[in-house]
Design a protein around this ligand. Structure first.
Ligand SMILES: Cc1cc2nc3c(=O)[nH]c(=O)nc-3n(C[C@H](O)[C@H](O)[C@H](O)COP(=O)(O)OP(=O)(O)OC[C@H]3O[C@@H](n4cnc5c(N)ncnc54)[C@H](O)[C@@H]3O)c2cc1C
Length: 384
């Protein structure tokens, strides 16, 4: 494994650094709607210079970036302390899935507004009884006998991040009730702005309503909004999930490093760096952040070599989420009760980090993947 960058990659990094230096969105305004509008503006600025989705092909407004260049982009975005684009699920998940399975009409219709944040997307996969076991979902879509080219959808989704801002939803629903559970699913592009779709915010432990419950009662989806063919939903959904962690690992890894540096500064200001217990724990967190960085690079090498992600993606997600929790917990231990007062940024980090071990694949599921694919242990009986 060679972890050095080519001249072209180093030049790409330099270009990005210069661009981020010249493009500062300024401080994020307070309040959910204002901060979201600010992130939308930021995405438009990125899109104007084809930086909103560098990994998308040039014909769709990207830069046709390699997987390494895409990782460099996310590293530099984090390093410059710039935010993720508002339509991150559209850019990372919906766009690439539409490019893989979409018809020409679907690509023409949906890709451009994703890039400019004109149309925001959410991911309607999880349900109250089907999160890790996605194939167990119960939301139903049936053809309307009076309009055979239309589907009528009924069901409930949960944890739908960003649904309150979204125009479109990547919706997986059951369309064949007799087929085995993985085979009876279809992937739809559902218009959120219709009477049968109700979005109810769920307020998280941080006090933010980042995600929502989605109640779907008689929503209508035309045939032309089926993605990848009726009954092919499992395969299409797996493509979405494969894209979920792409590139983001590098952004998160850089942010973790920054958080650790801030914690070291905080410890120094409080005169705690001479305390051997503090120094020991900070050294340990530094080591974990470095292992994370190098494992993310190993994952990159696997994709470059074999074309598909290896189990490193599961390892980095697991390690990042647990290290982030440890770091936030240690900050709270170090600072004491002040860390938990409302408005203290460490309180936010501590509370938000709880969701990290659940979203995008729980730690237990990731451990199963590592057990089976890295350690070669037998598959868990009855596992999803
Ligand atoms: C902040 C946040 C944002 C999210 N955003 C979205 C979104 O935008 N769209 C969306 O569709 N979903 C979203 N989710 C949902 C997330 O993907 C699910 O919560 C996750 O997949 C787990 O599913 P579940 O909650 O149904 O838990 P379950 O699958 O019911 O699991 C419950 C517990 O059992 C464990 N478990 C389950 N199966 C196994 C097994 N086979 N072996 C060992 N342990 C197991 C799990 O690890 C977990 O600890 C979000 C979640 C969070 C926290």
């Amino acid at each position: 494994m060679d972890l050095t960058f080519s001249d072209a990659e180093a030049q790409f990094r330099d270009e990005l650094r210069a661009w981020f230096e010249n493009n500062d969105p300024g401080p994020m305004p307070e309040g959910e709607d204002a901060s979201y509008a600010w992130r939308r503006d930021w995405q438009r600025r990125l899109a104007d210079d084809r930086y909103a989705a560098v990994h998308w092909p040039e014909q769709y407004g990207g830069r046709g970036a390699t997987i390494t260049q895409s990782a460099i982009f996310f590293e530099e975005l984090g390093r410059a302390r710039r935010p993720l684009p508002a339509n991150v699920l559209g850019i990372l998940l919906a766009g690439p899935t539409i490019m893989t399975f979409g018809t020409d009409e679907q690509k023409d219709r949906y890709l451009a507004p994703i890039l400019t944040a004109e149309e925001i997307w959410c991911q309607g996969f999880s349900e109250p009884d089907a999160g890790s076991d996605l194939a167990a979902l119960k939301t139903r879509a049936v053809r309307d006998p009076a309009h055979p080219d239309e589907w009528v959808v009924t069901g409930q989704k949960v944890w739908t991040s960003g649904a309150q801002h979204s125009k479109w939803c990547m919706l997986v629903a059951r369309t064949d009730f007799d087929a085995p559970k993985h085979k009876g699913l279809t992937y739809f592009l559902m218009d959120m702005e219709q009477p049968g779709v109700q979005v109810r915010p769920l307020v998280q432990i941080t006090g933010e309503p980042e995600f929502n419950e989605l109640f779907i009662e008689g929503a209508r989806i035309p045939d032309e909004n089926v993605l990848g063919g009726v009954g092919n939903g499992w395969k299409v959904a797996l493509t979405t999930l494969m894209n979920e962690r792409s590139g983001l690992a590098f952004f998160l890894q850089v942010r973790l490093r920054q958080l650790l540096d801030e914690l070291i500064e905080e410890a120094a200001e409080r005169g705690l760096l001479d305390d051997p217990v503090v120094a020991d724990k900070l050294g340990y967190l530094h080591m974990k952040a470095e292992i994370l960085r190098l494992t993310a690079y190993r994952g990159l090498t696997t994709i470059e070599k074999y074309g598909t992600p290896g189990p490193e993606g599961s390892l980095t997600k697991w390690m990042w989420s647990e290290t982030n929790q440890e770091l936030a917990q240690f900050a709270a231990d170090l600072i004491g009760p002040d860390a938990l007062t409302n408005g203290n940024r460490w309180a936010y980090e501590l509370l938000r980090s709880r969701g990290n071990t659940i979203e995008g694949g729980t730690t237990e599921i990731l451990k199963n993947i590592v057990a089976e694919r890295v350690l070669g242990l037998p598959r868990l009986k009855g596992a999803a």
